[in-house]
Design a protein around this ligand. Structure first.
Ligand code: NAP
Length: 284
């Protein structure tokens, strides 16, 4: 296939590595000309430009994957549609689906929303890596308006990359990821923030020196891409607020047990969370 990747950062660049290894023809489009040159040098794309009209043979493109920050996905699609052949299918990788899919399918009838659940705390083209998507869940969010042939092509695309494919409505996607992806970003960021407010410099420096695997695990997503975190909050705010309210209630309950020195309740709570964790993250 001829595949276009728009937004050559962590996700777009990682896609390029895997697609070229599978013998697809890949063109790239990114905001910064230096990023486009770097993508060619790294072997992420066959060709790349910051100007859509400079992409050779654009009309033969089978599939375009928009990998820009969430806020730029719809404006990017709005510009692309003036240059596409009617057969070209477009998907995106945005971490939020309802606001994107509702407008995107009005702009382009062959649009299908996607979200691969893969990433690192890094950003930009230098963070791109091969095999990022292998064995990771990927959600496709069709609606009653979705073109069946476009849906079939997007499914095949993600399956070829080795993802574990799931399908749901854009609304259910946003509710589910608000809990397991967007809430953790703000919990983890608040954890880092709480640790940095230690007023005793000696204790603060000791804590920084002692921070090990537990802090590394729990702080990872709070120490990630700030633009991505802001977009999660901005474009999925209703679902995120719902989860934050539940989290706050849970935290207040824990504070109350600790104030009352009710260690039985504390242990029961942790016994339940210990077994519940395996329902989200299989042990081993
Ligand atoms: P990223 O590393 O910051 O990459 C995005 C790249 O897009 C930037 O490096 C920038 O490259 C380019 N760009 C920015 N605005 C653009 C525009 N208007 N037109 C064309 N290119 C533009 O971010 P990312 O982590 O890859 O995230 C990209 C998308 O993937 C987001 O929608 C996010 O929700 C989704 N996603 C992220 C993760 C994750 O964990 N990171 C996981 C799943 C999905 P230059 O300025 O250098 O050209």
């Amino acid at each position: 296939m001829q595949i276009g990747v728009v937004g050559l950062g962590l996700i777009g660049g990682s896609l390029g590595y895997d697609l070229r290894r599978s013998d697809h023809q890949v063109w790239g489009l990114s905001r910064n000309p230096a990023t486009c040159d770097r993508a060619i040098a790294l072997g992420i794309c066959d060709c790349a430009s910051d100007v859509i009209t400079k992409i050779p043979d654009l009309g033969s493109t089978d599939l375009i994957v928009i990998c820009t920050p969430i806020a730029s996905i719809l404006p990017t699609l709005g510009q692309l549609v003036h240059h596409l052949s009617a057969h070209t299918v477009v998907t995106d990788v945005g971490s939020v689906k309802e606001v994107i899919v509702a407008s995107a399918e009005q702009l382009w009838s062959k649009f299908v929303g996607s979200h691969p659940m893969a990433g690192t705390a890094l950003q930009g083209i230098e963070a791109a890596q091969a095999n990022l998507f292998s064995d990771r869940p990927c959600v496709i969010t069709p609606t009653p308006q979705t073109d069946p042939n476009a849906l079939a092509l997007v499914k095949t695309f993600w399956q070829e990359l080795g993802t574990k494919l799931l399908e749901c409505s854009p609304q259910n996607h946003d509710l589910a990821v608000a809990g397991i992806s967007h809430l953790p970003v703000f919990v983890s960021a608040s954890l880092i923030s709480a640790c940095t407010t230690e007023p005793n410099l000696e204790v603060l420096e000791l804590a920084q020196a002692l921070a090990s695997s537990g802090f590394k695990d729990t702080s990872r997503v709070g120490g990630g891409n700030p633009e991505l975190g802001r977009c999660m909050a901005e474009f999925n705010h209703a679902a995120l607020l719902l989860k934050l309210d539940r989290y706050q209630a849970s935290l207040e309950q824990v504070i109350s047990w600790i104030r009352q020195q009710d260690w039985e309740q504390v242990e029961d709570f942790l016994t339940n969370t210990q077994s519940d964790r395996a329902k989200f993250v299989p042990l081993g």
